[in-house]
Design a protein around this ligand. Structure first.
Ligand code: TXA
Ligand code: MG
Length: 326
């Protein structure tokens, strides 16, 4: 018996138990699409690596790109993050609202490393939509959410747009009607010294940001960095050399395996997924690379990962990491 294909379902947020049921799904590691004032988000528990991996799988993103984490209030943000004063000033003026702030991850940050796509920063936002806020409060955890569309397609501003893109995904969609802003949030990075950089234009204008921050806010000069900062090679270089497609272990290497190990490499020190599940491997990738680089080994060797589905995103990251450490 094969199980029936997954399908997305739309529910009205004011139906009895709708928000609580959606919150339970999120806490169980499943996906919920929800309205924000900008666009619909494809949400997962931001503290659960496997749930975050399911977002990348559902969107069929060709490579991991860091995700915005949503919170019900600034106080809730500050329980997971520390924000420099310049960021707090922006938060005071623009939250709840269409501004996402990228700041450094604290050491004890509960947000999944996959949501950060391996960067040492997290993007955070308090959306200005009562359905989003009720969902965030009921869930009691930050929700990681990119726009709820297949990679490369239009961002959805109605529940039916989400169905058109993600109708075959096991997904609950909270219908909040049409999004008021209809354009994704403005993304700024606030550096530890208070400097503000514009990473993506959006619902909040550069002039408004400059007025509140009393500094000139320059767009980052590298357009690649605006589109997909997570794709820059330098973000993925482990501190020790990384060798990919390894079929045998060399002296001093820590081995990260995938699936059942082969005869010439009977055992890996770490295994992204002993059963060969790409979603599990994606969920473990950055945390294992991080553990490997701090474990005292001379170098990291990773065994081959199938180049299909999420495997392509995993291999993209590994290739960048490996090319940086010649
Ligand atoms: O309005 C929005 O922002 C919507 C709703 C759902 O909140 N979300 C959204 O997410 O547009 P997404 O994944 O489509 O776009 C997120 C953007 C990307 O450009 C990503 O590169 C950037 O935010 N971003 C996320 N985390 C980042 C980080 N740690 N550093 C730099 N850029 C980051
Ligand atoms: Mg998007």
């Amino acid at each position: 018996m094969t199980s029936p294909p997954a399908t997305a379902a739309i529910v009205q947020p004011d139906a009895p138990d709708a928000i609580d049921a959606a919150a339970r799904r999120l806490r169980d590691g499943k996906l919920v699409a929800f309205p924000t004032e900008t666009v619909y988000g494809l949400g997962a528990d931001a503290t659960n690596d496997r749930a975050v991996a399911a977002i990348f799988d559902a969107k069929q993103r060709p490579a991991f790109n860091p995700l915005i984490c949503h919170f019900p209030s600034t106080d809730a943000v500050l329980r997971s993050m520390r924000l420099p004063d310049a960021a707090l000033d922006l938060a005071k003026r623009f939250w709840p609202g269409s501004l996402s702030i990228v700041a450094t991850r604290p050491v004890d940050c509960p947000i999944s490393r996959l949501a950060s796509a391996g960067l040492d920063t997290v993007a955070v936002r308090v959306p200005d939509h009562q359905v989003a806020r009720r969902l965030l409060e009921a869930t009691g955890r930050p929700i990681a959410a990119p726009s709820a569309n297949l990679s490369g397609r239009l961002s959805p501003t109605r529940a039916t747009d989400v169905i058109a893109s993600l109708g075959n995904v096991d997904l609950l969609i909270l219908d909040g009607g049409a999004c008021r802003v209809g354009l994704e949030s403005t993304v700024v990075a606030v550096r530890p010294d208070g400097r503000i950089e514009l990473l993506r234009e959006g619902g909040i204008s550069r002039e408004d940001l400059e007025h509140v921050s009393k500094q000139s806010v320059s767009p980052v000069s590298d357009p690649d960095e605006v589109r997909a900062p997570g794709m820059l090679a330098r973000h993925y270089q482990p501190r020790i050399p990384l060798r990919i497609d390894a079929t045998e272990a060399q002296a001093g290497e820590i081995v990260i395996g995938f699936g059942p190990m082969s005869a010439n490499m009977p055992k890996a020190n770490l295994n992204l997924s002993p059963t060969g599940d790409l979603r599990e491997a994606a969920a473990n990738l950055f945390a294992m690379l991080h553990d490997a680089e701090t474990g005292g080994a001379r170098a990291i060797a990773v065994t081959p990962i199938p180049d299909e589905g999420l495997g392509r995103a995993i291999n993209d990251r590994l290739k960048r990491g490996a090319s940086g450490t010649r």
